[in-house]
Design a protein around this ligand. Structure first.
Ligand code: TTP
Ligand code: MG
Length: 401
């Protein structure tokens, strides 16, 4: 049985701001996005006590807490903190997966005993983070990622909790299903129509009933109710398997035109990064997150490997147009996998060669003068860097979506 550890910073952006400005410490404050200044990105725990939440607009938040202090976020501070954190984690195990801007999974199965056991590792990581950055993190541990995430959620903020295999049943039995990572509002409502409210109910539900209602997902849901989940931690040094980029849109969008604009920007980001790394990809995936946070992805295989922005865009668009969108879209992602070395591709067609020269020139200029100095028409309309996507990675290149 593995021991998986999740580190999740407490009120991450807000904590970093409180750290760099002592006047903000101990106060109800919130960070707003630099691009979209009316929405709360995250709130300090002092502000959460008043009911201020991520995603609220400033007016709603001020209604909850009239003396709320607002700070415009500085993404560079958060991403550089994240990059340094990776080094902290590697002291304890080489198997580290930077999962989001403020979360990382560590597989400490083989190394925990060197430091005095899982709880000692967790305590040391918390202490390292406090000493280096002056901020609090919560550490959750369990035999898989689902339970590690649950342990962290249940013990926030400044928590340290290890749910060992023999405790899982007792923890899950009374726990409402919505507390489980990956079970959103819609699934919770659909489970409720089956009379399933707690994880205990879910784990005991007949699989045939769940399969009827949820199809293939039914089995996964039952397993989750029993506390089973993935335990593979994807260490970053493994070979790159996909290149992707995703972005929380500054506003939820509904029209194909708006989606197309965002997809073009993403395709250009992915295409230019692939050209920089001299790779092409043969499978394209599009990730869609609805307003309700329900997230899914669709893939398609390309005729030949590509890193051409327009080819990526056209294929991403045909995936989207084949989907009947049920809700406004909050986040979009594009990635290419099944990667090949670009050198394998010999350009037979002059058009292909001409486009490659164009891309090389554009990428060169952008390398020199900063990203998106030179870009395609559809990318100009909206700034694309004001929001850090939850899928942000230090290297900008990741193994899987
Ligand atoms: P979270 O870990 O979800 O939130 P948090 O660290 O602020 O608070 P806690 O973990 O203690 O509950 O997100 C990490 C950071 O990511 C958060 O500080 C701000 C940013 N973020 C966004 O930019 N947009 C979002 O929709 C969310 C949820 C977070
Ligand atoms: Mg956090």
């Amino acid at each position: 049985m593995k021991i998986i550890l999740l580190v999740d910073m407490d009120a991450f952006f807000a904590s970093v701001e409180q750290r760099s400005n002592p006047a903000l410490r101990g106060k109800p404050m919130a960070v707003i996005g630099s691009g979209h200044r009316t929405v709360i990105t995250t709130a300090s725990y002092e502000a959460r006590a008043y009911g201020v939440r991520t995603g609220m607009n400033v007016y709603e938040a001020r209604k909850q807490c009239p003396h709320l202090i607002l700070v415009v976020g500085n993404n560079d501070k958060y991403t550089s903190t994240c990059s340094v954190l990776e080094g902290v984690y590697r002291v304890y195990t080489p198997i580290v997966e930077i999962y989001s801007i403020d979360e990382a999974f560590l597989d400490i199965t083989e190394s925990a005993h060197l430091f005095g056991g899982p709880l000692a590792v967790g305590a040391r990581i918390k202490e390292d983070i406090r000493r280096m950055f002056g901020i609090n993190a919560t550490v959750g541990m369990g035999p898989n990622k689902l339970i590690a995430k649950l342990a962290s959620d249940l013990d926030k903020p400044d928590g340290l909790r290890w749910i060992s295999p023999d405790e899982i049943q007792d923890v899950l039995d009374p726990l409402p299903v919505k507390e489980l990572w990956g079970i959103g509002k819609r699934t919770t409502e659909r489970l409720e129509t089956l009379g399933i409210r707690t994880c205990g109910d879910l784990g005991r539900a007949p699989v045939s009933m769940l399969r009827n209602k949820f199809g293939i997902l039914g089995e996964r849901l039952k397993a989750m109710g029993m506390g089973l989940g993935p335990s593979e931690v994807h260490a970053e040094e493994e070979e790159v398997k996909s290149v992707g980029h995703s972005r929380t849109l500054s506003e939820d969008v509904t029209t194909l035109q708006e989606i197309g604009q965002a997809l073009f920007q993403l395709s250009e980001k992915v295409g230019s990064r692939m050209r920089k790394y001299a790779v092409t990809g043969k499978t394209i995936s599009v990730v869609i997150r609805y307003k309700s946070f329900e997230t899914f992805s669709k893939q398609s295989r390309l005729g030949m490997p590509t890193n051409d922005t327009h080819v990526i865009y056209r294929n991403a668009m045909s995936i989207i147009t084949a989907i009947r969108l049920r809700e406004p879209v909050r986040l979009l992602g594009v990635s290419l996998s099944d990667l090949h070395d670009d050198g394998e591709q010999i350009s037979i067609f002059e058009e292909h060669r001409r486009r490659q020269r164009l891309f090389t020139a554009m990428d060169g200029i952008n390398d020199r003068y900063g990203n998106a100095t030179l870009t395609w028409g559809p990318c100009v309309r909206k700034s694309s860097d004001s929001v850090i996507s939850p899928a942000w990675r230090p290297g900008g290149i990741r193994k899987s979506l």
